[in-house]
Design a protein around this ligand. Sequence first.
Ligand SMILES: NC(=O)c1ccc[n+]([C@@H]2O[C@H](COP(=O)([O-])OP(=O)(O)OC[C@H]3O[C@@H](n4cnc5c(N)ncnc54)[C@H](OP(=O)(O)O)[C@@H]3O)[C@@H](O)[C@H]2O)c1
Length: 284
Amino acid sequence: MSSSSSSSSSSSSSSSSSSSLPPQTLKIGIVGFGTFGQFLAKTMIKQGHTTRATSRTDYSQLCHQLDVPFFGDVIPFLEADNDVILICTSILSLSKVLNSMPLRRLKRHTLFVDVLSVKEHPRNVLLQVLPENMDVLCTHPMFGPESGKNGWKDLPLVYEKVRVRDETRCSSFLHIFESEGCRMVEMSCEEHDKVAARSQFLSHSIGRILAEMGIESTSMNTKSFETLIKLKESAANDSFDLFSGLFIHNRFAQLELMNLEQSFEKVKQRLLKKMSEQQSHRSV
Ligand SMILES: NC(=O)c1ccc[n+]([C@@H]2O[C@H](COP(=O)([O-])OP(=O)(O)OC[C@H]3O[C@@H](n4cnc5c(N)ncnc54)[C@H](OP(=O)(O)O)[C@@H]3O)[C@@H](O)[C@H]2O)c1
C-alpha cells in the first residue's frame, strides 16, 4: 500500500505506470455520457472492461446499442459493483453533479477518476466531497473524438495520483491508456493547469476569436492560413461549456487572457507607430 500526495509539483514522462501485477479487468461506472464519455467507453469496452453509465440526459437507447447498462437513477448506479467511477461531466457542472450524488450509498472502496480538461478544480472538489476511504486519480487525456479517431498512439495522458492506496487498481486503469500507446505524463494538477493555460486554453481562445471573425478558406490560402482555418474548426468541435470551463476553473487561464489582450495591444501600437512614422516621412 502506498499513497502519493497532491502537493507534488514534479512533472515527468514515463513509459509505464504499471505495478508488477497483471492489469485487472475493471467494472467502470461512467458519470456523464456525453461526447467524451461515449468516446472513452468504446475503447474500454473493446479492451474487455465492463462499463455502465449515468447522465442527466436519457441515453438508454444509445446505451442499449452499445450494450452498456444505463441508470437514470443515480442510487442503483452507486450501489452497482463499480471498481472505478469515471467522471466525464462538464467542468462547469462538476460540483453540482458530485454534490447531488448520495455518496454514502457506495458499497465499497472505489477509485474515482476524472477526465476534466482542468485539474486543480476537480482535485479540490473530489477531495472535499468524497469520503476519505475513496481513492482519487486526476487525469486529462490530451485528445478528443476528432484527434483520437484513428487511435491514441503517442497522444498524451496527463495524470496525478492524488490519493491512491490500491496501486494495482490504479495501474489497471492507467493501463487502458498505456496499452493504446498513449504517452503517459505524470504531473501535478497545478503544473498541468499552468502549462495548459499557455497551450490548450490559448489555442482554443485564438480559434474562437477566428470563428468570431468569420474567417473562411480562400482560393489563395497560404500554409499559415490553413493552420488558422484548422484552429478555428478545432475550437468549434468543443462545446462552449468546455471552453468557458477552461477559463473559469483554471486560475492561470485568466492571467493568459490578460496576457493575450496586452500582447495584441502592443502589436497594434507598434503597427500604428510605424504607420505614423511613414506618414510623417511622406509629408516632409
Ligand atoms: N471533448 C474532448 O475532446 C475532451 C478531451 C479531454 C477531456 N474532456 C473533458 O471531458 C468532459 C466532457 O466533455 P464533453 O466533450 O463531453 O463536453 P462537455 O460539454 O464539457 O460536457 C458534457 C457532459 O457534461 C454533462 N453535463 C453538462 N451540464 C450538466 C449539468 N448541468 N448537469 C449534469 N450534467 C451536465 C453532459 O450530460 P448530458 O450529456 O447527460 O446532458 C455531458 O455528459 C469535460 O470535463 C471535458 O473537459 C473533453
